[in-house]
Design a protein around this ligand. Structure first.
Ligand SMILES: C[S@@+](CC[C@H](N)C(=O)[O-])C[C@H]1O[C@@H](n2cnc3c(N)ncnc32)[C@H](O)[C@@H]1O
Length: 459
């Protein structure tokens, strides 16, 4: 954590800046919003004809992509149940109106059919098996502990229902409230604001983009399963409770983690139990109903963490994934995760109608995908009417916005020359030099010349 600087991004979620990479892990406009808009929503998860999906999250970091996906799944199952309840009420209504004409025998049969239907819907839950690949163990362990602050806008919507927003006064009242409340919102350090040119005043997030309250608890349980008592040591405890960045961590989650450590994995400290029971179970999971809901949500996920270079981890995996999230640092900083050879490994592991998503719009990345046999397209953001990433699939029908002729032509220029990493073992410097050599000796047209010719053609 010493090498990273946490900061609040515009949607109230925390982003990290890496001093070593001199790069941000997350968009300053919203770490969580980015996870939804570049990965979860464009993945088409809403229309998958499958109940159990297999997901590969490459460069898990502090887990926003996985967390957003898990939230989507929990909410989707909950909505399905709500819809189902409405259906039952409707059925009940129809039953009662016909009750006079239906004999007891028939009614019994109908009830029987209804209860069978309930079971069918319960079995119908969407669930996911998620393999998370990340090099940095510390980040993986910290991932569930980061908090997301409530934005002033969110607080306002909790107080005043949205349906009033047809009135002008609603907007002025909202703006006034947001302006006042933002004065009290936690602030970034001045230096990081200057370094990253963060200028925002009023934080904003769409409520449907929130992380579901169970997600971090589920992740914590999965991490305890992986690391056991090694999840937490004194130094880790100091970092999250006393270190200079402690304000970025969620206190109840830290208590829950401590509870797991002391009770679940170190039975010698059972004397702490009463305190932890009070703090955690009372506030979070104590009520029977909540506990059942939590357990049901937990059963929807199988989480595996592979803490190593993704090039090594990928070779250990033999799944066919429905979704692959590729969220590596930009290609000049992490060329090893954009090389032809690494992408070829992803091609092998993508299910026939699966999709691979990345935030990158670069010509090099798109051409590497094309050369590996993918159909390649752009991720379109309805909200700001912009293309914000790249989607690839073996199934042409999964690509809603294919690359146009101009973009395909650009991919065939020198700018599209891919990285090579034979045996998936080169270091960054060698991969960059190898491409540089190929670039200098290539007979392909330069991208600038291509753009000039195409603009002349259009005149
Ligand atoms: C842009 S950040 C990803 C952010 C992440 N998706 C999140 O939600 O926080 C890139 C991540 O790649 C990890 N990384 C860098 N090189 C790696 C490698 N060779 N294998 C696996 N992970 C790597 C870094 O530690 C960093 O967490």
């Amino acid at each position: 954590m010493r090498d990273y600087e946490p900061y609040y991004t515009e949607d109230g979620s925390i982003g990290l800046y890496s001093y070593a990479e001199k790069d941000v892990f997350h968009s300053k406009y919203g770490a969580l919003t980015e996870a939804w808009e570049k990965f979860v929503i464009p993945s088409g998860i809403d229309n998958l004809n499958k109940n159990n999906i297999k997901v590969l999250d490459i460069c898990y970091g502090i887990g926003y992509n996985t967390k957003a996906l898990m939230s989507f799944i929990i909410n989707k199952n909950r909505k399905k149940k709500q819809n189902f309840l409405i259906k039952i009420l409707k059925k009940f209504y129809t039953c009662t109106t016909h009750i006079v004409s239906i004999c007891a025998n028939k009614l019994l049969k109908k009830t029987l059919r209804l209860s069978l239907h309930i079971d069918a819907i319960e079995d119908d839950n969407l669930s996911a098996s998620i393999d998370c690949l990340e090099l940095n163990e510390e980040l993986v362990k910290l991932s569930p502990l980061f908090k997301t602050i409530k934005t002033p806008e969110e607080i306002y919507y909790n107080l005043v229902p949205k349906f009033l927003n047809c009135f002008d006064t609603y907007y002025s009242a909202k703006n006034l409230f947001v302006n006042i409340m933002s004065k009290f919102a936690p602030k970034n350090r001045k230096e990081i604001n200057e370094l990253l040119e963060i200028k925002f005043k009023n934080m904003h997030i769409d409520s449907e983009y929130k992380i579901h309250s169970y997600v971090n608890y589920i992740l914590l349980n999965a991490l305890y399963e992986k690391f056991g008592s090694g999840y937490w040591d004194n130094e880790f405890k100091k970092m999250v409770t006393k270190g200079k960045n402690r304000r970025f961590f969620d206190k109840p989650l830290i208590k829950y983690a401590q509870f797991n450590q002391n009770w679940g994995y170190n039975s010698s400290s059972k004397h702490d139990l009463s305190t932890f029971l009070h703090n955690i179970y009372y506030h979070h999971l104590s009520k029977r109903d909540k506990n059942i809901k939590f357990k049901t949500a937990m059963s929807l996920f199988k989480l595996n963490f592979f803490v190593d270079d993704a090039r090594k981890s990928i070779l250990k995996l033999n799944e066919q994934y429905d979704l692959i999230f590729l969220d590596a640092f930009t290609y000049t900083k992490a060329p090893q995760l954009w090389s032809t050879e690494f992408i070829a490994e992803l091609y092998k592991r993508l299910a026939p109608s699966g999709v691979l998503l990345t935030y990158s719009n670069s010509v090099l990345v798109r051409n590497t995908l094309l050369e590996n046999g993918f159909y390649v397209g752009k991720i379109y953001n309805e909200k700001n009417k912009k293309f914000i990433g790249t989607i690839a699939s073996k199934d042409k029908t999964k690509i809603k916005h294919p690359l146009d002729n101009y973009e395909l032509g650009l991919c065939a220029t020198k700018a599209g020359i891919p990285y090579h990493d034979p045996n998936l073992s080169f270091d960054n410097k060698d991969i960059l030099e190898l491409r540089e050599y190929e670039f200098r000796h290539s007979s392909l047209m330069s991208s600038s010349k291509y753009m000039k010719i195409r603009s002349l053609d259009n005149e």
